[in-house]
Ligand binder design. Structure first.
Ligand SMILES: Cc1ncc(COP(=O)(O)O)c(C=O)c1O
Length: 380
């Protein structure tokens, strides 16, 4: 199969990661941070190695500020629900995933208000609109780094600057950007960063993390065993264990660490260049095709490896099925857990087909995908 659904999860995974996970589970996997024997200690050390690799990749000075989660959604919920309280105001955008919009909607009933800034039809945001929405009680701006519907990259550094000038915390959803384009939490003014392990970082499903800058007060979402202060009935607040109650996904986290090490060696810039060149071929090929509508920005420097389209006369689901069944090409049709983003770009009624590239795709695969879409347009 030609896999063009890397926006959902990356495939294939690096062989080194599979070997690393197998070794962990077959040879030493004890419960990290719980016991003093070799297996528990070794697993703890390997989990810590993943924290260190992640810290290096995102310029995080203290690896202990990385809280592991089961996915981006877990990380975003910990950040959003852990920070906000009655009377707070949050600013977000119309290009967000439901893993941001649904927690914010739920928090309305707890007295937390939010403003959603409407982006334009390409998914781009105007900084002036954010500025105009800042209120006395605004304490957080939460924004996706790159849209999962159009790939559009948001001006993160500038939004962070604006937030900090107004004493507002800045949280970034890096689900579509982590591992694909550079992220530097210091240079980009990011206070909290939520990332999946299973997309651009090429780790397994069931992994993700939240980075929290020093000095930020956060209520833990999950309370329970931390392997520390066991006689105390109250939840310890030490990072990271106070926020990682229960047994962590050690084999997954250790596998993620191996993938991240590979990314550190390859360099994110090299991956960015590769994905950008494939995206350009795909975008150009489809944008110029009769009866095809491609959404989002035209300049591929301003987006990650996502190309979203519709074919006149066919539903996006029909096109996705045909691509899969006739041509062996995997894409994703529908609303991508981001209904508001579809409303923003004008596909509220129809949804759209998303083709998303990854580091292991080749130019030949992209050309095959373009030809397949062309053949489908001819059969309308
Ligand atoms: C922008 C964005 N945010 C959040 C998520 C949720 O990620 P996860 O499935 O890792 O929870 C996704 C998933 O596609 C996404 O694209």
């Amino acid at each position: 199969m030609i896999y063009l659904d890397n926006g959902a999860t990356s495939f294939p995974k690096p062989k080194v990661m599979l070997e690393c996970m197998y070794k962990c589970m077959a040879e030493y996997c004890g419960n990290p941070g719980r016991s003093g024997h070799y297996m528990s200690m070794k697993t703890g050390e390997e989990v810590y190695k993943t924290r260190k690799n992640l810290a290096k990749l995102f310029n995080i000075s203290n690896p202990a500020n990385i809280i592991f989660s089961i996915n981006t959604t877990g990380a975003l919920n910990q950040g959003i629900q852990g920070l906000l309280k009655e009377g707070d105001h949050v600013i977000t955008t119309s290009m967000e995933h439901n893993s941001v919009l649904r927690p914010l909607k739920m928090l309305e009933s707890k007295g937390v208000e939010h403003t959603i800034i409407k982006c334009d039809r390409t998914g781009s945001i105007n900084l002036r609109d954010i500025k105009a929405s800042i209120k006395e009680n605004t304490c957080l701006i939460v924004c996706t780094h790159a849209s999962n519907v159009t790939g559009t990259i948001m001006p993160i550094r500038e939004i962070g600057e604006l937030a900090h000038r107004n004493n507002i915390l800045f949280m970034v959803d890096g689900a579509q950007s982590g591992g694909c384009i550079p992220i530097n939490v210091v240079e980009m003014n990011i206070d909290l960063l939520a990332l999946p392990g299973h997309k651009g970082l090429l780790g397994p499903m069931g992994t993700g993390f939240l980075y929290v800058r020093d000095g930020i007060e956060l209520e833990p979402l999950l309370l329970g065993g931390t392997g520390t202060a066991s006689k105390d009935r109250t939840q310890p607040k030490e990072m990271p264990e106070g926020y990682e109650s229960g047994t962590v996904n050690a084999p997954g986290i250790i596998g993620l660490g191996c993938s991240v090490e590979m990314l550190l060696n390859t360099g994110i810039r090299a991956i960015q260049e590769h994905e950008e060149s494939l995206t350009r071929v795909l975008d150009d090929g489809l944008r110029n095709m009769r009866n095809v509508i491609v959404y989002g920005v035209e300049d591929c420097k301003e987006k990650v490896g996502v190309v979203t389209l519709n074919i006149n006369g066919k539903s996006c689901e029909q096109v996705a099925d045909e691509l899969s069944e006739k041509y062996g090409i995997a894409g994703r049709a529908g609303f991508h857990c981001a209904g508001l983003a579809h409303k923003t770009i004008g596909t509220w009624e129809t949804g759209a087909l998303r083709l998303s590239v990854g580091p292991f795709n080749t130019k030949a695969q992209i050309k095959t995908a373009i030809e397949a879409v062309y053949k489908i347009t001819r059969s309308v």
